[in-house]
Design a protein around this ligand. Structure first.
Ligand SMILES: [Zn+2]
Length: 85
């Protein structure tokens, strides 16, 4: 059995869109272009926000696809001062 070492820094890029409700990046695919070139065209794209507090599902077929790098888990979430609806 061979276990490959984890890279020191996760430099992988992911394709994602911003949640229409809470602006959290919703990552839906690994970007094999390593952040170079045009993001691939997506077809019909219905995504659900990964945040338990939000869970907003929307059609992102026409939304702008951006590239994201995964944040370290230690990153603190920004609290919205508006409170819950
Ligand atoms: Zn959301």
């Amino acid at each position: 059995m061979r276990i490959s070492q984890w890279p020191k820094v996760n430099t992988k890029w992911y394709l994602g869109v911003q949640c229409l409700k809470c602006r959290t990046p919703i990552l839906f695919a690994l970007d094999h272009g390593e952040g170079i070139g045009q993001p691939p065209r997506t077809g019909r794209l219905v995504l659900t926000c990964p945040l338990a507090d939000c869970g907003h599902q929307a059609d992102y077929s026409t939304a702008a696809v951006s590239r994201f790098q995964k944040q370290p888990p230690a990153t603190k979430e920004m609290k919205h001062p508006g409170g819950s609806i």
